[in-house]
Design a protein around this ligand. Structure first.
Ligand code: PMP
Ligand code: GLN
Length: 384
């Protein structure tokens, strides 16, 4: 393995899911739903596979099947008022993960700097390392995760090429407000940086929190690449269908890289997700209602187990502090949790450059059946 990738080892999500399987623990770690997405979408994939209509089972175009690109453009227009040309301004990717990889590798040269908030999703830094880009961060601290404006400004420099933003934010559940996004936008413009914005949890917001796409801010559409994913929106994480949209020149740059990463991704799945984006509104509303209920079940349960825990405004993750239970190192606790009480969670420090940052915080996923969340929090009561 090349030296620059050595420190990445196995992802924390894979490690913790293996731990759950090995020990039979309730897996509230890796973020995947235990109920699959809607029949509407699954049936469409089956039909496409069975009939092979339009060459569905052969290589799709590198940009993605036209039906999906058109559905993404329509989704961005009707939801957010963003105008996109489906031919030149949208591509399909193999999950959001490939969209992130293609964007970073297309835009960052060795020595360029990339700004993210910290904690950040783990694939970001792995891609910066592959690109040879330098990582600068601004830390969000529990429980408010407010932006320290001085720290944010200090993360920028004339070498800043990209800001990689994530809202709603994994792992904190923070939904960035318009004013917060404006701060980021102003700095991106001042330093002439491109914003790559990971909005895979765009549909998963609660308590009236509004998801604001970065591209919808004045003057930002021209310097923003927006990423979405059917995995999170339609509870089909195993399908790995994502998309990327933005100005034609930036999308073309990402496509140039994407062609040589995978060329294209599963055609029948893309066709089916197009159906979901067009007709999946009821499913999304139901998913939100279910997740809202589970969010309360989880956070109430964590509190009664002795954690300090906060209700997230978005995503399907909640963060809890184990310090009141006497645990200052959440990584150590996460490895012991199956043995102590039969539950798996993710240490928030896995989302940090500095393992000492947010050291006593754990992330719990609540995209699980009510019974699973309930069982998980019942087991956690044994920690007291
Ligand atoms: N970004 C964030 C913030 C995520 O939590 C995830 C995990 N779903 C991804 C990207 C990757 O998405 P996908 O599974 O579509 O590749
Ligand atoms: N996004 C998921 C999470 O945060 C994990 C995806 C993965 O395993 N790479 O839990």
């Amino acid at each position: 393995l090349v030296p620059r990738m050595r420190r990445f080892g196995t992802t924390i999500f894979a490690e913790m899911s293996q731990l759950a399987t090995r020990t039979g623990a309730v897996n509230l770690g890796q973020g995947f739903p235990d109920t699959d997405g809607p029949a509407l979408i699954k049936d469409a994939a089956e039909r496409a596979i069975a009939t092979g209509d339009g060459g569905a089972n052969q290589y799709p175009p590198g940009r993605g099947v036209p039906a999906l690109r058109e559905a993404v453009a329509e989704h961005q227009r009707t939801r957010y008022g963003l105008e996109l040309d489906a031919e030149t301004q949208v591509i399909a990717t193999v999950g959001a993960t490939e969209a992130i990889a293609a964007s970073v590798l297309a835009l960052c040269a060795p020595g360029d700097e990339v700004v993210t908030f910290e904690p950040y999703y783990d694939s970001y830094t792995a891609m910066f390392a592959l690109a040879g880009a330098e990582h600068r961060t601004c830390t969000l601290r529990a429980p408010t995760y407010a932006i320290d404006e001085d720290e944010l400004r200090a993360a920028f420099s004339p070498r800043t090429r990209v800001v990689l933003l994530n809202t709603p934010h994994n792992p904190t559940g923070k939904v960035f407000t318009r004013a917060e996004l404006q701060l980021v936008a102003d700095l991106a413009r001042e330093f002439d940086a491109v914003v790559v914005t990971d909005e895979v949890y765009e549909h998963l917001t609660f308590d009236g929190a509004e998801h604001v796409p970065m591209a919808s801010l004045p003057g930002m559409a021209e310097r923003t690449l927006t990423i979405g994913s059917a995995g999170k929106s339609f509870s089909l994480t195993g399908w790995k269908v994502g998309w990327l949209s933005g100005p034609a020149e930036l999308v073309q740059a990402a496509l140039t890289v994407k062609q040589y990463l995978t060329f294209s991704g599963g055609g029948p799945f893309q066709l089916a997700v197009a159906e979901g984006l067009r007709h999946g509104g009821d499913f999304l509303a139901e998913l939100r209602t279910d997740l809202d209920r589970r969010r309360h079940l989880l956070v109430d349960g964590l509190r009664s187990a002795g954690f300090e825990a906060w209700l997230p405004q978005g995503t399907y993750f909640a963060v809890a502090d184990a310090a009141p239970l006497g645990w200052t190192d959440a990584t150590e606790l996460c490895w012991k949790l199956p043995e102590l009480c039969g539950v798996v969670a993710i240490p928030v420090s896995a989302f940090h450059d500095d393992p000492a940052a947010n050291a006593s915080l754990l992330r719990f996923a609540f995209c699980k059946d009510d019974a699973v969340v309930t069982e998980g929090v019942e087991r956690l009561q044994r920690l007291r």
